[in-house]
Design a protein around this ligand. Structure first.
Ligand code: TA6
Length: 296
């Protein structure tokens, strides 16, 4: 269903028959809500989020393309999240069988202006869908449509903000013993210690060559988010903590306690596409009762 959202910005509301729902703004193809079948909001969206282009919406799932963070000449996280996308009414056949009707296909192509800052033509198709179980799936297909024979390289992330009850009672499993680049220490490379990751201060780490499945355990809610990814070898973990939170105009001072970003990404090794080639990157997130997940 296509409706007017905040500040008159258009959004698509997806509803699954068993009650789960999701919302995605055409601005930035930005998912801002994902609710389970009890109507509980599972994504973090700042109460101070500024729904006013060209500012990116703070929270939900920003799409970082063609550049993750400041690893390159573009503005931080590229420009896909700062553009108006269109609904793609006749997408080429989609690889994943969409067993549900609750999905929308969006498409972004560069404008003349975009080509001045990133001189490549591309078609970026994003499918946002809810599975019958209420899982949220994002599938990106990015094709190089350059006619000058030139390849291009990009870095990418689904910058997902998970809603958590209390960051000091959250654990992340699946990244133990992996190498990471620490953005708080000039992107120096370290190796993670051997047990689940917990949080007591600012964290901004890019874990490298990570498994396809990562778990985020919310102790208080007895709930585990499971993130499954494909085509995205890295995972960024970020919490700004108190000081950085106070420095962000579109983020409440205390909101760092109730969010954690775990981002399926391709950062260490940029993705290169020749003209005509297409890359696919997928993430599927689900929320399951923790007892179900603790042993796995
Ligand atoms: O997700 C990690 C990160 O790159 C952090 O360094 C921080 O900058 C965050 O993204 C938010 O970036 P944004 O441009 O959305 O404020």
């Amino acid at each position: 269903e296509r409706v007017k959202g905040i500040n008159g910005l258009e959004k698509i509301v997806l509803r699954e028959i068993r009650g789960s729902s999701a919302e995605v703004y055409l601005y930035g193809a930005h998912v801002t809500s994902w609710k389970n079948d009890h109507g509980e909001e599972l994504l973090f969206l700042s109460s101070k989020a500024i729904f006013k282009p060209p500012k990116a919406i703070r929270g939900g799932i920003p799409i970082c393309f063609p550049q993750f963070s400041n690893n390159g000449p573009l503005e931080s996280h590229g420009f896909a999240r700062n553009r108006f996308w269109s609904i793609d009414n006749d997408p080429p056949p989609f690889p994943t069988n969409t067993s549900t009707k609750a999905y929308v296909d969006l498409i972004l192509k560069p404008t003349e202006e975009d080509m001045k800052i990133w001189p490549h033509s591309f078609e970026f198709r994003l499918r946002v869908s809810l599975s019958p179980a209420g899982d949220l799936l994002l599938t990106s297909r990015i094709r190089n449509t350059n006619t000058d024979g030139k390849p291009f390289s990009f870095t990418f992330a689904y910058h997902t903000y998970f809603s958590v009850s209390d960051i000091s009672e959250v654990r992340v499993e699946g990244l133990e013993t992996l190498d990471y680049l620490d953005n708080l220490q000039h992107k120096e490379r370290f190796t993670e210690q051997g047990d689940a990751i917990t949080f007591e201060s600012e964290v901004d780490k890019i874990y490298l060559s990570t498994p396809t499945k990562i778990a985020i355990l919310d102790h208080e809610k007895k709930r585990t988010f499971v993130l499954r990814k494909d085509g995205l070898p890295d995972a960024v973990v970020w919490n700004p903590w108190e000081k950085k939170a106070k420095g962000m105009v579109d983020f409440g001072d205390d909101e760092y306690k109730h969010m954690l970003c775990v981002e399926a990404a391709a950062v260490e090794k940029p993705i290169t596409l020749k003209p005509g080639e297409e890359w696919r990157g997928r993430q599927e997130i689900s929320a399951v009762p923790s007892s179900y997940c603790s042993g796995q």
